[in-house]
Design a protein around this ligand. Sequence first.
Ligand SMILES: [Zn+2]
Length: 479
Amino acid sequence: MTAPIIHLANAQVIDPTQSDLPRDLYIHDGHLIAKPDVQTHVQTHDCTGYTILPGAIDMHTHLVPPAMNALRTLQNVVIPDAVSPTLIGSPTWLSQQYLKLGYTTAIDAAITPGDAPAARLQLRELAPLDTGFLLLLSHHADVLALLEAQQFEAARDRAVHLYQLSGAMGIKLVNPGSVHATDGPALDVTDIDTAVDGMSVTPRQVLHFFLDLADTLKLSHPIHIHLPQLGTPGSCDATLQWLAAMDGCRAHIAHLQYDCYRYDEDWYLRSSVEDVLTALQRNKQITADVGLVGFGPAYALTSDLALHDRLLDLFGDDAGPALRFQWDGRSAFGLQPLDRDPQNLGYAMQWATGLELILLADNLDQLSLSIDYPNGGAVSLYPQLIHCLTNKSYRDAMLKQCHPAATQCTTLKQITRELSLDELLQLTRISPAHALGLKHKGDLKVGSRADMAMYQTPQCKIQTLSDKPTRMMIAGQFL
Ligand SMILES: [Zn+2]
């Protein structure tokens, strides 16, 4: 016997992609369908008083890489209390954190080929949250060795093979062209056309090799790139240089907030959001996730070892154990505990710059909301950050608690914009679905997957997404 059609009747549906919003939704086989001609075998649920939103999508997070598992082991076995229980927990706990906020999909942004089989298994622990992952290929020893030998065709064949074995939904590059030194500091990229010491290929060659690879593989999510000089005063100029190098190409920039800094003429650190947004909007085919940061505990978990070296120099073990894992040239990551205090100049600027990046964007089509969990903090910070985007007086009250640099070196105080619910849905549903190439997610159109969050709360509360949805549905199944 076929499963009944689920009929959600008399709901208030909110979906900015449709001008003529339905009050009734019909679901069969996990997807939304048109109203059936014959109303037999239909299970009707009266949804009077309910508001229904599409499920949210976190397109850049970290769910099950070895680095997260190392944190779980630290927390549970090695040094209990070293890792905040509001930040790190089991995969099941993490899934619950997302579901409570109306998220139905989360994508792990960096799994190496060697870790892919274990990651595929472990992602099942997050069910019913729908998950996927990106394959971290920028520092794979075999691919890099072939590129160094100028054997581009063989490098492409090896990369295609690794990708096809992995089960990934896209390819991630972390500081492409940089070097993971096994002894001494890692080497960051300073110029896209200058090979770093120890390499013969330039960062531009590495970048274009992978952009071409995405075309070969016909990836629906383009190459997903963590840029060089992340979080430094050189990051804005590096970003402009790399965006120019990607002119006309499809690509996605990870956690763009960290790429928007520059010194002014008096050597004060400033956010350069407007320059980055101008360059981004000139390249409409490029998308980015924002990488907001909140205050409180976080763990910087990164395969950018040059970045990890900078964090180690700045913080060491101040906020807990810092760790570095590196083996076989195939996998490397650093773990740096952070405790973001609003009175700290750097953290206050990161918080303000992320908000500024969204609030100054003319349109939000190219931007998706992310906190790069656990780098930007706990998943549970989303409602507070969203509240800052939708309510100026709340945002200003937080700004007052921050180091004065957040007011002096960003334009956040002058911004009056408050995002609407439709704009929030753009950032958390429509843009990430579009950037990931997930044609049947992010909206509630006929044919889309029936992933949704149902609320019985006033719209003003839904606007901050601070309330737990009353009911959730993933792939047509009520949770
Ligand atoms: Zn990340």
